[in-house]
Design a protein around this ligand. Structure first.
Ligand code: TRP
Length: 332
């Protein structure tokens, strides 16, 4: 029996190539080794996305983006959090075993409070209960599917530790292994993707290349990447060039070496280096962009895919919840 991995995807922004190399590709690799489950954390997104049309569009876009990037819904389980109502029943049960003090220590909540204090606002200004109890909903996502490992970035480790803490409290109270204790798998080696301005590519810096940018826009954005003022004939250091660091992500090992040699030799200008980057980027992104456009155009097909995933997910979820209901004395 394979171990179970679970990946939660918060649909709060349009996917960019930083997400693709930093999150999507490594997460899809898990399907080789694990019984992999992926879900769109739409109720987590609701904490920040309050505009109906925007939330609906983001859910569909992000789902289509993962499918276009190679997620195979026949081989893994792919669903929306909101399609599994057991999540919310489990959340309520977990609440009874979650210390309020534990939530007070959550980094995201603490950062929001700190922000308010620095601005001279009320410490809880603008903080909703969704943000405050975010870790409990996330613990329910994880525990519901008997997850062995949860691959996360460093910023999410504390949340997985809280899920462990809550699950242990329940097992201890009923003196039985009712809930599986999940482990965080911190993804150390994932690529850092430089953005257009040289900083890490991130929605909050406004320096992204959208994953589904049409060819013309992809080209235009690549031509905008900041470079230094070295002349064409000067030898250049590939490893300190954002253009080369992006090129490396898309190129084959042979292509990487060949272009690095051209950098070091001199005689190649930034315009030419960018043309090379555009060529390899467009080669990898064209099929993904085409699949994405097909999936988005067929919203009924996409909804059916997600509905089939939800059915598989609910079969597992209902077992966990009925196990817990029995243990706590609500089913008799
Ligand atoms: N909190 C995660 C993020 O911001 C998303 C998420 C929600 C998640 N539930 C999860 C991740 C369960 C892993 C497991 O990225």
């Amino acid at each position: 029996m394979k171990k179970i991995s679970l990946t939660g995807i918060k649909p709060t922004g349009t996917l960019h190539i930083g997400n693709y190399f930093g999150a999507i590709k490594p997460a899809l690799e898990l399907a080789k080794e694990y019984d992999a489950r992926y879900f769109i954390a739409d109720y987590h997104a609701l904490n920040t996305v309050k505009e109906r049309a925007e939330l609906s569009a983001l859910i569909r876009q992000v789902a289509a983006g993962w499918l276009a990037s190679g997620l195979d819904p026949e081989k893994v389980i792919f669903y929306r959090q909101s399609s599994v109502p057991e999540t919310f029943e489990l959340t309520t049960a977990l609440m009874a075993f979650t210390a309020k003090g534990l939530m007070n220590r959550a980094h995201a909540y603490k950062a929001a409070v700190q922000d308010n204090i620095e601005k001279g606002d009320d410490p809880d200004a603008g903080i909703n209960m969704g943000l405050y109890t975010y870790p409990v909903l996330m613990a329910a996502d994880i525990i519901l599917f008997d997850s062995d490992v949860v691959p996360v970035g460093k910023d999410q480790v504390q949340h997985v530790e809280m899920a462990q803490d809550i699950a242990r409290t329940i097992n201890f109270n009923y003196k039985a292994d009712i809930l599986k204790i999940p482990q965080a798998a911190v993804q150390e080696s994932v690529a850092v993707v430089p953005g257009l301005d040289g900083r890490k590519m991130s929605k909050s810096y406004g320096n992204t290349i959208p994953l589904f940018a049409p060819e013309q826009e992809l080209r235009r954005l690549i031509m905008r990447i900041v470079t230094n003022s070295q002349a064409v004939e000067e030898p250049k250091d590939p490893e300190t060039s954002q253009v080369y660091l992006l090129y490396k992500l898309f190129a084959t090992p042979e292509e990487r070496e060949a272009l690095a040699a051209r950098y070091r030799r001199g005689g190649m200008g930034w315009g030419e280096a960018k043309e090379e980057l555009f060529r390899v980027a467009n080669r990898e992104l064209t099929p993904i962009r085409n699949r994405f456009n097909e999936i988005i155009a067929d919203s009924k097909g996409l909804d059916e895919t997600l509905a089939r995933g939800a059915e598989k997910a609910r079969r597992i979820a209902s077992q966990t919840v009925s196990r817990l209901r029995k243990a706590i004395g609500i089913n008799f």
